[in-house]
Design a protein around this ligand. Sequence first.
Ligand code: ZN
Ligand code: ZN
Ligand code: FE
Length: 757
Amino acid sequence: MMNHKRHLIRVAGIVQGVGFRPFVYRLAKQRKLSGLVFNDSHGVQIEIEGAQHSLSDFSRALQAELPVLASISAVTVTEQQPLGEQGFRITESAASAGRSAQIAPDSNVCSDCLQELFDPQDRRYRYPFINCTNCGPRYSIVTDIPYDRPKTTMVDFPMCPVCQAEYDDPVSRRFHAQPNACAECGPQVSLLADDLMLTGDAAVVETISRLKQGQIVAIKGVGGYHLAVDASNDDAVRRLRQRKHRDEKPFAVMSLDLQRVQQYVQLSELDERLLSGVERPIVLLLRRADGPLSDQVAPMNKYVGTMLPYAPLHYLLLEEFTALVMTSGNQSDEPIAFKNSEAQERLESIADCYLQHDRRIHIQTDDSIVRLLDGQPVLYRRSRGYVPRGVCLPADQPSVLAVGAELKNCICLTRNGQAFLSQHIGDLKNQRVVDSLRQAITHQQSLLEVKPEMIAHDLHPDYLSTHVAQDLAGDLPLVAVQHHHAHLASCLVDNGQTGPAIGVIFDGIGYGSDGHIWGGEFLVGDLYDFDRIAHLKYLPMPGGDAATREPWRMALSYLHSAFAGDIPEIQALQEVPAKDRKLLGQMIEKRLNAPLTSSVGRLFDAVAAMIGLRNRVSYEGQAALELEMLIEDNGAGEAGYSFTLVESAGSLQIDTAPLIRSVVSDLQAEVPVAQISARFHNGMAQMIVDLCQRIAVDRGRLPVALSGGVFQNRYLAERAAKLLRQAEFEVLLHRQVPPNDGGLALGQAAIAGRKNF
Ligand code: ZN
Ligand code: ZN
Ligand code: FE
């Protein structure tokens, strides 16, 4: 027995509810090892003994052959006295103090389950809730920890004897698969329309026929409701736009497989991998001009948000369509609907009928949005499929609750060295969203079993999220974090760095330390502090918030600044009534209701309005997005517009007057707008490099973090990154959390965690 050893192995990470114990069981059996495996509050414990070489091989396989949904964050091995035990067993969960196990994200249906779904001989043939330990809902159905059936919404469905036997059998694919169910005992779908009610497969079949007729169907999925229509039916898609009061914002589509997707978008190999991943995000893909989708799906956009099915129900529905529009089931500005009763009330004016089911969704999760940028995926919205996976912090820190920003709100709670961002909560514009924020905070705290030691919020005194933080604080210290410092910190943590770095933070609006509205910032900072080295010259934002909805206001503001009152006539702006323009001119001159801003987002708006794209936007960032879409393939060769630098009171101001004057003279010379857009973008990229070079003279060649919503602009981000690398800067782009305000809470949490009280 010389080489006979016993190891106690502790595994932490996402190892519960993902088939980890049966996997360990199989590995042990194959290697003739004995011992036991069980879940505890930290993850999984394995006690295992046998020949030394088999144990080493076991340890290797443990990491190398991991189940698809599992991920290991730490393994510790302690040697024990061998017991001479026979056989290997899976034992019951041990509850111990200090829980740190992690719930898995919701996952798409696996290939084994799909095979059964379409096998007429299988007892789950066409059963829309088929799942196993490798797939199915997780985060959206968990009500509490530890992850066990009674602590999920599946508690409503006692298992039939056949399902129970699978659940209890250590070698079954469904051993302790908490959502395990079949048509006998599990959830059911039903179709509700004015004229009928159907359940089971009849409901699915009728839904398909109604979709084919062009009806709008509210479909309950994994994280909430979708509104679905046939994506190649122009009338149907247009009707959905009208009813949803969503004039232009792109809709996402879903297709059964990659072949169908290829009919309407261009796919790289990496895109295919993103689409097919277990997270099943919406991937932004370049549209084919000749594709079969209705132009109404994504007007004025070269890209279309595309996803593959993830719930078994989607597979049953999609066979007969090239693609279905699958947009969030909500009214504009409201959170996604996820409860049956609420959906009928809230979607009544939009949906013709409802395909729903009786498996409760405990936490709503919108579809995540991702795109390839600079050769790697970047999240634009991090929600279903990714939440509640943790993001590593650079070091252990006291637990912080960070309440995020006002738009694209998402909260973050830290535990030791990990940050857990919530699902996408939305824009805090009404009470429903604020309620949803409060619920997310409570739920996150109970799942992670941590009590925060401090609360971080945005510096803006009037943000609703700031008020929520103040409400919850009690005796806890509050930390107000400047918006753009939080963006910089978020990008650093996202890249596993601590700074110092140059932060190029371009976004819409964020409250500045001087009370003005920032958004075109060159910072140098780390997770503790920052210096503001340079920023766009302040300009009045006439009408305040109205200026973000009506880009012509910023166009006039920029023109006033560039031409000192003697403003040239811009054709696109003539559409605005003369008296409105006059009034605005007075607001600018007298600085009435015209807060100062350095926002790059507003500069994009101004240029978009000047070249005639639009004077009014229907969603955040629309004008900037459309400006980007204008650039054509040969745009890269255009010389960029220039700017000047003004040094005053120790800070550098970027004056874009030369840029604005160039836009005007190009318009007068009838230069095509595609070229104007390219010259503008190229000028902005050059501005980034020039400023970083200048900062490097005093501060050294620090890494450059590109963050803020403007860096969702692929053309700008990629060009800036390329130029920066040519100038030998290391470039940090977001990867795990969005560059927009959806990633802000991570930065807030990292900064607050370093404060001393
Ligand atoms: Zn499965
Ligand atoms: Zn059953
Ligand atoms: Fe921001």
